[in-house]
Design a protein around this ligand. Structure first.
Ligand SMILES: [Zn+2]
Length: 493
């Protein structure tokens, strides 16, 4: 293991830490609390409740106000075994509300396991992948029906966010209204939407996370321009960053992923481990991104069993029974979500144990970091065969791609004990609050104010990942201000 040397990340004046007793400890904590709306049961017949998409026979997507109204109606579901609460979790750039549905056992004894899995389900991080959002609306009602009417056993507390990116959905864009790709904003947290979701990670502490997406078969400007379409139904990726707790990662990759794929297949939907975007026929194929900026990995490093789901987004050029095949797309997502949750439920006790232990590691362990993970060649499998379809004839043709299937963690580093922010203090104070990392404020003997945060603190292990210049997930090159004069110091003691 190599040590990260004590280093002034950006040259600046000499610095000495003052005694801890003189630090004014300011832990702002997290300001948004879970304040549920009351959800009294009523006589409303749940069977009649359908989503706007269902009500239109899959001809028309759910509008923003309708989504809210539908979620509110779910809280009126005549539930005896469950409580259903709608929570305001944030506000978008264009001031749209962000909402989450919390569904849990009314009586903890009712829960089948005694240790309910806390599950966070996200849809619509990319506003142009609408089926996940629609599927979660339907799923929420189906879950209530199954538990309340069919009496299905359950062992989960669900926090469902059908629309992570309401502006993107309204504007039919992948990104939010600032042009930020929310899915990879979990390092910098520059968007209010990703900040709200990150807060759920910190406060709800999910054991399980599923981030639901679609992937377009037709990429007009790249693979499509070469005359090819991709061809798949469902792909899953787990949190593969080497900073995810080892036991948790092994269980996720070796037990959960194969069980999920097998069970999705057995229900008639072809499934495989996620491949990164295929944009050229001569490219190298590897799996999901390794960065801690993406939500899947952020949640995994937090200690959750964390998966990405992508289902097939059919090309706009096809002819389908419903607009852009939305009915089938939603059904595939529902099937994938159901299988995913049933596999997690079957392994609930192990997931809870692994997750809790991943979150309670020792001080030494919390400073061990892998800064530069990368993909490498698997000697046993240097190539991989993947089916593509000809755009013109739809003929299926196997292609052999060079394949980088090995994740190389790289050398482990020992992070410094703390980081000290001596410039842009306002920005970093806010960033630490958003990340859920406690910090202290003080002044140097020369009266220069600073903010300092410890690696061995709650969520502090993200500090080296995001602040070391050598880290593949460093935010230093992406800061939203001129970094001339930036002074972030590290202290090994
Ligand atoms: Zn997506």
């Amino acid at each position: 293991m190599k040590h990260i040397p004590k280093r002034i990340l950006v040259p600046g004046a000499g610095f000495r830490l003052v005694g801890a007793a003189r630090l004014a400890v300011v832990f702002l904590g997290l300001l948004v609390c879970f304040a549920p709306h009351a959800a009294p049961a009523s006589d409303r017949t749940a069977g009649l409740l359908s989503t706007p998409l269902e009500a239109s026979a899959f001809q028309r997507l759910t509008m923003e106000a309708e989504r809210s109204e539908y979620l509110r109606a779910l809280t009126q579901y005549p539930a005896k075994r469950l409580t259903v609460q709608l929570q305001a979790i944030g506000e978008t750039v264009q001031k749209r509300p962000m909402e989450a549905l919390l569904v849990q056992a009314r009586d903890p004894q009712e829960d089948a396991s005694g240790v309910p899995l806390r599950v966070l389900l996200l849809g619509g991080q990319h506003g142009n992948e609408v089926s996940g959002s629609e599927a979660l609306l339907i799923f929420a009602r189906q879950w209530l029906t199954r538990v309340e009417t069919d009496g299905s056993p359950f062992a989960m507390t669900l926090l469902i966010v059908p629309a992570v990116n309401p502006d993107g959905i309204a504007n039919k864009r992948r990104v939010n209204a600032q042009g930020v790709n929310l899915s990879t904003d979990y390092g910098l947290l520059q968007a209010p939407e990703s900040t709200a979701i990150n807060r759920l990670l910190v406060e709800f502490q999910p054991h399980v996370v599923l981030d639901i997406h679609e992937s377009a078969l037709l990429k007009k400007k790249t693979l499509g321009a070469e005359g090819w379409l991709t061809d798949f139904e469902a792909q899953f990726e787990y949190a593969n960053n080497p900073n995810v707790n080892g036991d948790l990662k092994t269980f996720t990759s070796d037990v959960l992923l194969p069980a999920i794929l097998k069970n999705v297949e057995s229900k008639g939907l072809a499934a495989h481990r996620y491949f990164g975007e295929i944009t050229r026929t001569d490219q190298v194929v590897q799996h999901g991104g390794l960065s801690a900026h993406n939500f899947r990995n952020k949640a995994g490093i937090h200690g959750a069993v964390s998966f990405l789901l992508e289902n097939r987004l059919d090309p706009s050029i096809g002819v389908y029974p419903t607009p852009r095949n939305i009915r089938e797309r939603v059904e595939k997502q529902l099937l994938s979500i159901d299988v995913f949750l049933s596999v997690c439920q079957a392994h609930a006790a192990q997931i809870v144990a692994l997750t809790e232990s991943a979150r309670n590691f020792g001080a030494q362990e919390s400073r061990k970091v892998f800064l530069q993970p990368e993909y490498g060649i698997l000697p046993a499998q240097p190539t991989i065969d993947i089916a593509l379809r000809r755009l013109e004839s739809n003929e299926k043709v196997m292609h052999r791609f060079r394949y980088r299937g090995a994740i190389i963690a790289g050398p482990a580093s020992m992070a410094p004990k703390r980081y000290v922010f001596m410039s842009h203090i306002g920005f970093f104070r806010q960033w630490l609050v958003k990340q859920g990392i406690p910090f202290a404020e003080g002044a140097s003997p020369e009266q220069a104010p600073y903010v300092t945060a410890e690696v061995n603190s709650v969520n502090g292990r993200f500090l080296p990942l995001f602040l070391e210049p050598a880290s593949a997930s460093s935010i230093l090159g992406r800061l939203p201000f001129d970094t001339e004069g930036l002074k972030v110091l590290s202290d090994p003691r």
